[in-house]
Design a protein around this ligand. Structure first.
Ligand SMILES: [Zn+2]
Length: 298
């Protein structure tokens, strides 16, 4: 924030009588502050990396949004797809090396090709994205690692809080910026806005793309996680290409509609992989007090 200059005053203030001078000075300071705060808001709204929300502030919103999103579809609690999601989530979250209360759920929604990770590490995978994750041999493991690496990176890079900040500053979601408002007290509209801003808006039919910078960051950081966790990073660009091919059809996947230009991204990732492999080859997790930092579960 810009601090007012104590010596600030209108021109000619020195010649005025005492009371009048004080009044003019006050007016000048107020005008200055008004201009400064307008300018600050304009500057801050343009800054995708400002985050006014702490993990603690976002925690109740994340829990509520997760319950809301997971309440929309049956939660799959066993079977090979469930095991796959748990295994990939466990390895990716361990590689993310962040002390979040990680959770991963598989939602039975074959027509929703999507996945998300809310602030503080609440992951949901819709069954509809699994076919897109399958590689040439039919194995979805490395493709799912690319999806979850990317989504988890949105959470660890605090993109939800940054997007909340931008929304609040640009007045789009000023109402929901009031953190005292519980999910149950919100109107359907407010709830939809909050879910969308946090990254779980699929069921409201409104998907808000993260900024281009956030997407690029999630791509690169997500690839690092996949590499650290021992997945095949070359499957990530192939996944993007499968997304692109699907988008060419009659129906474009939701995950893709919020992650545009898949062909260009696939190419960029391919160029980056050798560097990332080199940089991550000696990666070790931080020592942690937790017994099993990779535990996910439901
Ligand atoms: Zn993304």
């Amino acid at each position: 924030m810009v601090q007012p200059d104590a010596s600030f005053g209108p021109p000619g203030a020195g010649k005025a009588p005492m009371a009048c001078r004080a009044e003019r000075r006050k007016m000048g300071v107020m005008r200055f502050l008004a201009r400064a705060s307008l300018l600050s808001v304009a500057l801050l709204a343009g800054c995708a990396n400002l985050n006014l929300y702490s993990d603690e502030q976002l925690e109740p919103l994340s829990v509520a949004a997760y319950d809301e999103a997971c309440g929309q579809y049956p939660v799959v609690e066993s079977g090979p797809d469930y095991d796959l999601v748990q295994e990939v989530a466990r390895r990716i979250t361990r590689a993310a090396d962040e002390d979040f209360p990680w959770q991963a759920r598989l939602l039975k929604a074959d027509d929703v090709p999507n996945a998300f990770c809310l602030p503080n590490g609440r992951i949901a995978v819709y069954t509809g994205i699994l076919p897109l994750c399958r590689d040439a041999s039919g194995d979805p493991t490395n493709g799912l690692a690319a999806v979850l690496g990317h989504e988890v990176a949105h959470a660890t890079m605090r993109h939800g809080g940054k997007r909340m900040t931008q929304s609040a500053l640009s007045n789009v979601a000023m109402e929901i910026a009031n953190l005292g408002l519980g999910m149950t007290d919100m109107t359907a509209n407010q709830k939809g806005t909050l879910m969308t801003v946090l990254g779980a808006g699929a069921q409201y039919g409104v998907m808000l793309p993260f900024s281009r910078d956030h997407e690029t960051e999630a791509d690169v950081v997500g690839m690092r996680y996949a590499i650290r966790a021992g997945f095949d990073p070359w499957e990530a660009p192939r996944l993007w290409e499968r997304m692109a091919a699907m988008a060419g059809g009659s129906r474009s996947p939701e995950w893709m509609s919020t992650h545009p230009d898949p062909k260009a991204r696939a190419e960029k990732l391919r160029q980056l992989i050798p560097t990332l492999l080199e940089e991550e080859k000696n990666w070790q997790p931080k020592p942690t007090k937790k017994v099993d930092p990779g535990a996910v579960g439901r």
